[in-house]
Design a protein around this ligand. Structure first.
Ligand code: SF4
Length: 169
């Protein structure tokens, strides 16, 4: 089964990639995170992710949207459920257009995210684009993902992404 995996960053992609591959999925990555502020931080996370993806043999790409457009789409930074939806809606759209069998997201590995909110966004994006979503509770692998990231000397950010989250993860 071909899976398009929305990747929020490199460290959070480590364990999920390993997990989905072990389950037999053929995984491609998609870095679409217009929520990241400022631009330099987005660049840093992308480069970290891209370098690691090359080593891991993960075919991936980045798509973009100006931060201001993302702010408009979510009304204001800090509206996490809309933020999930913006990213997953585009992921589902691309997955459908390119003939993937389903889509998922590395956001599911973080115990710091609104897990239920992510699931709601996945369901909605799946319905709207008529493509299955692949849900797994990946949170038990969070600690492992941090170990893998440290083992690969990856940059590990201290905040979620938007300017309102800059005080902590
Ligand atoms: S805290 Fe994170 S998930 Fe919530 S709006 Fe900001 S970047 Fe998006």
């Amino acid at each position: 089964m071909r899976l398009l995996l929305h990747s929020c960053c490199g460290p959070c992609t480590t364990f999920p990639l390993h997990f989905f591959r072990a389950q037999g999925f053929l995984v491609d990555g998609l870095f679409f995170n217009p929520n990241i502020y400022p631009d330099e931080e987005g660049e840093k996370r992308w480069l970290t992710y891209q370098q690691w993806a090359n080593q891991a043999g993960l075919r991936t790409r980045r798509i973009e949207m100006p931060y201001e457009q993302w702010v408009k789409a979510v009304s204001k930074p800090g509206q996490c459920r809309q933020c999930y939806y913006v990213r997953l809606e585009r992921t589902a759209q691309i997955a459908k257009a390119e003939g993937y069998d389903g889509f998922s997201t590395t956001l599911l590995v973080s115990p710091y995210q609104d897990h239920q909110g992510i699931l709601i966004a996945m369901e909605r994006a799946s319905r709207e684009h008529n493509i299955p979503y692949v849900y797994r509770d990946l949170r038990p692998g969070y600690r492992r993902s941090r170990q893998m990231a440290r083992g690969n000397h990856m940059y590990m950010q201290k905040y979620c992404g938007c300017e309102f989250s800059m005080g902590g993860e």
